[in-house]
Ligand binder design. Structure first.
Ligand SMILES: C[S@@+](CC[C@H](N)C(=O)[O-])C[C@H]1O[C@@H](n2cnc3c(N)ncnc32)[C@H](O)[C@@H]1O
Length: 357
């Protein structure tokens, strides 16, 4: 289990969907930890969502979250996932009844993941837990991190950041984002396009998120600094976990198909209606140029004219596959706006080109 939370802002995806050809929309995206697929159910014009992932354990997590949404009311849902303090295993028997037998067996074998709150169980979340432990021990105690989220504006945020121990601040990134650690977790392919070392890259994006943009509704940042969402802020939870959306998301669950495989494999056997939006997460960061071209070739026949592609890149400034590039209309200004609005602040690029007719 690599990712137990999606570190991509679903409000960006929702905005891009609204700019895609409608009125009824069919969408394909990377499943990862399922947060974006589930959150897009709040968009009533999205008729179907095909959520693709090569990793079956990620899809088991997605189905677990969907089952929890189906059967638990809001406080129990948050407690089961570990979003608020509670006893996750108390709710497991209810969720288990909603799952296919193979998934039940997988989660029974990983009761430790459930017990810790499954939102903490991914390897990436554990990496951030290591970073956060160092942060609280040497850079900024938990109370100081809480002060940051109580800051009334950017000046106060910058002042709070000055109280972080600046001698130790860079060291946490050096330790947690060491190349050996990242390679052990994701393999060398995931870092093949790195523009520079990840420790300094992450140090820069964290500094920006803490000092240069509002933190108050940034649940991505609070999760990293405090191991907690911001349930008292209007957008302090992923949409699929917000009580006001729970019934809508629950009613929409049948609109999602969780599909295991690579994009080319899933697209190769797909017979569904043309797609209005395809979100590729940052999988192109993980692909060689040739693999990117294979994904592009598989995608093109399934895209509506005017369809939106949504791509993110992390520490990677290389271009998109040539085959796709030549069929896309770019709007650099709009993409800069998207990147600036992306509360999960990890990406050097967030872009939503339109497919030419
Ligand atoms: C690209 S990763 C990055 C994580 C993402 N930025 C997030 O915050 O959740 C997301 C997922 O992509 C999946 N993945 C990577 N390459 C893929 C491919 N070629 N086809 C399908 N899924 C892929 C991985 O298994 C992983 O679960």
């Amino acid at each position: 289990l690599q990712f137990s939370q999606v570190r991509e802002d679903p409000l960006i995806d929702a905005g891009v969907v609204r700019r895609s050809p409608g009125p009824d929309r069919h969408v394909m995206l990377v499943a990862s930890a399922g947060c974006t697929a589930l959150s897009l159910l709040t968009e009533s014009t999205v008729r179907t969502i095909e959520a693709v992932d090569i990793n079956p354990t990620q899809l088991a997590l997605c189905r677990l979250k969907a089952a929890a949404v189906a059967c638990l009311e809001s406080p129990d849902l948050l407690a089961f996932l570990g979003a608020v303090p509670g006893a996750p295993l108390d709710h497991w028997p209810h969720v288990a009844r909603e799952l296919p037998a193979a998934d039940r067996a997988l989660w029974e074998n990983h009761r430790d993941w459930l017990a810790m709150g499954v939102l903490r169980a991914g390897n990436y979340e554990r990496l951030f837990a290591v970073w956060r432990c160092f942060l609280h021990q040497f850079v900024a105690a938990e109370g100081l991190c809480r002060d940051l989220f109580a800051s009334p504006g950017l000046t106060a945020q910058a002042t709070t950041f000055e109280r972080f121990n600046q001698t130790y601040w860079p060291v946490g990134f050096t330790l947690a984002f060491h190349a050996d650690f990242l390679n052990a977790m994701f393999g060398p392919k995931a870092t093949q396009h790195a523009e520079g070392p990840y420790d300094r890259y992450f140090e820069g994006v964290f500094r920006h998120a803490i000092t240069a943009v509002p933190v108050r509704d940034n649940y991505f940042l609070s999760q990293l600094l405090l191991d907690a969402y911001l349930p008292d802020e209007p957008d302090g939870l992923p949409p699929y976990l917000q009580p006001r959306h729970l019934n809508t998301v629950r009613r929409g669950l049948e609109r999602i198909r969780w599909r295991q495989g690579t994009f080319p494999a899933v697209l190769g056997e797909r017979e569904g209606p043309p797609l209005a939006m395809v979100q590729l997460s940052n999988i192109l960061d993980w692909c060689t140029a040739d693999e990117g071209e294979v994904i592009a070739a598989a995608l093109i026949p399934h895209l509506l004219p005017g369809a939106r592609l949504l791509v993110r890149q992390l520490n990677n400034t290389s271009g998109l596959p040539q085959r796709l590039n030549e069929r896309l209309q770019w709007d650099a200004e709009a993409d800069r706006t998207l990147q600036a609005a992306e509360r999960s602040f990890f990406y050097n690029r967030v872009a939503a080109p339109a497919v030419l007719a």
